[in-house]
Design a protein around this ligand. Structure first.
Ligand code: 5AD
Ligand code: SF4
Length: 505
């Protein structure tokens, strides 16, 4: 962190909960959405992670458990925190009764995600009474919200630690503080920190690995809390990403997913003419069978990236391209910075360059004052693009965002009805996208046992189609060939043919 950021963090300090329930002498700092909104010009520093020798062995004889809510970014942050715990000597456990530290890595994107976390805190409370030495922590996106931290301070005194998304690398110091003081430790930075390299990781995705390429988001869509909880856009240096992917390839990983809240803005903050297209062009030369990225923003999706993706090889034919709405007037109020026409032009360009591309999307229905006409424009756009799958949501007001202040004349039952109508179209198009697959041979990366039936294995094709089939468990983590025998609405069934020995990259 540079001097300027340190000052801003310090300014965020004079925060006082309304009704303190504990002694706060040990807390460091609490979040401020006002500070989190600021975007400064200060340089991002690149630092290397190391464990202070003073903390070595802190976890010997102790166990940790992390519950993860939300998106892939959180899943990967959990892998980093698990790496830090294990470097400190802690052992992982799945059993809340034997854990010495429990962390909830939280999501703030919608209200129901937050409610699940508060429910979980309630369930865990009796454990604190049984085991007073247990440390219970809340981290992730919810910790970055003032209102959430206030609520925890006021009503959830079973919580010992609150820290945010910007200081994960400080976990050893935070744990140390919690052990020393035994008071609630609140250490949330409102200003993003630096880019920390060399973080230890315990990867949990089998032969699939997540790789961060950038942090934060500067788009400020009017409904979204992410720019506040994840800070300004900061790209990792290309050489650090390429090195990480090379190492993962050498370790036998089969699929890499590049992560960022808005990966198409990759490189904009670096002082060089280098974007996601350039990065993908270098990564495609690495001997790893599949490379994906998520999540894209249509506004920054440039022609060079399309040109590189069309070279295929290990770059898969699946693009997740959140549209949010099919109405230009609604997109304007959402501050998405593109129109329906501009989105359709982009889709046309992508389809021309990659005719077999699978496009998927995110859509919000029931944004404040959304009219029936505007909603129908979303349905018509869905059909026009022919999306193969979508994540669909009812708008959820997020405190501190511009949309949360808008008057809303759309009743909840209308919103629910729109979601249902949209989901019917999503099902229809998912089924349509699978129609031609019967009898075809597809390449599947095997994730593991199917969630519904332990005797069946499940995995995904390059185009992100879920395939279920019977095969020996030894093929888990491998690329296999499967002949499709049966087409469902959202998935394919097939028969195992054999393992793919060598994938040409
Ligand atoms: N309400 C509902 N959905 C939201 N998303 C983001 N913010 C909100 C909100 N306030 C959705 C968007 C985004 C996805 C990750 O979550 O569709 O693309
Ligand atoms: Fe949120 Fe994505 Fe918009 Fe960023 S681009 S503000 S993460 S919806």
């Amino acid at each position: 962190m540079n001097e300027e950021q340190r000052k801003l963090n310090d300014q965020a300090k004079p925060f006082k909960p309304l009704q303190p329930t504990k002694d706060y002498s040990a807390y460091f700092q609490a979040p401020s959405l006002k500070d989190a909104k600021k975007r400064g010009k200060e340089e991002v520093e690149y630092e290397k992670f190391n464990i202070n020798p003073q903390f070595e062995g802190m976890g010997n004889g102790r166990k940790f458990l992390i519950r993860t809510f939300g998106c892939q970014m959180n899943v990967h942050d959990t892998e980093v925190m698990a790496g830090i715990f294990e470097s400190l000597g802690y052992e992982a456990t799945e059993d809340v009764n034997e854990a010495n530290v429990i962390l909830l890595n939280t999501c703030a994107i919608r209200e129901n995600a937050e409610n699940r976390v508060f429910g979980e805190l309630g369930h865990l409370k009796p454990l604190k009474t049984k085991n007073p030495d247990l440390l219970l922590g809340v981290c992730g996106c919810m910790s970055q919200e003032e209102a959430v931290v206030n609520k925890i301070l006021k009503t959830y005194d079973q919580v010992d630690i609150i820290f945010g998304t910007h200081n994960i690398h400080k976990l050893p110091d935070i744990l140390h503080e919690a052990y020393m003081s035994k008071e609630m430790v609140v250490d949330v930075w409102s200003k993003e920190g630096d880019v920390i390299e060399n973080m230890p990781k315990v990867r949990n995705g089998g032969t699939k690995a997540w790789v961060n390429i950038m942090y934060g988001c500067d788009k400020f869509c009017t409904y979204c809390i992410v720019p506040y909880t994840r800070g300004k856009e900061r790209s990792r240096l290309p050489q650090d990403i390429i090195q990480e992917v090379r190492e993962l390839a050498a370790q036998g990983y089969q699929e890499i997913t590049l992560l960022g809240q808005n990966v198409n803005a990759y490189g904009k903050d670096l002082d060089m003419d280098y974007g996601l297209g350039h990065l993908m062009d270098e990564l495609r030369k690495i001997d790893v069978p599949r490379i994906r990225f998520t999540t894209s923003h249509p506004r920054d999706f440039d022609d060079y990236l399309i040109e590189v993706l069309a070279k295929k090889g290990n770059l898969v034919e699946h693009i997740h391209l959140p549209v949010q709405s099919g109405s230009s007037s609604m997109l304007k109020i959402m501050a998405r910075k593109y129109t329906r026409e501009r989105y359709l032009e982009l889709v046309a360009k992508i389809k021309k360059a990659i005719p077999d591309v699978a496009l998927t999307t995110d859509i919000i229905v029931g944004f404040p004052n959304e009219t029936e006409e505007q909603f129908e424009e979303t349905l018509s756009l869905y059909r026009e693009v022919g999306f193969e799958m979508a994540f669909t949501y009812i708008y959820s007001p997020r405190e501190g965002t511009p949309a949360a202040k808008m008057q809303d004349n759309v009743p909840m039952d209308v919103k629910k009805d729109r979601l249902q109508r949209l989901n019917a179209v999503v099902s229809e198009y998912s089924a349509k996208s699978l129609e031609g697959y019967e009898g075809k041979i597809v390449e599947v990366l095997v994730d593991g046992e199917s969630k519904r039936n332990k005797d069946v294995l499940a995995g995904y094709t390059r185009r992100n189609k879920l395939v279920n089939f019977r095969a020996p468990k030894e093929v888990i983590g491998k690329l296999v060939k499967v002949r499709v025998t049966d087409v469902k609405t959202y998935s394919l069934n097939g028969e195992f043919i054999g393992v793919v020995e060598k994938v040409e990259v």
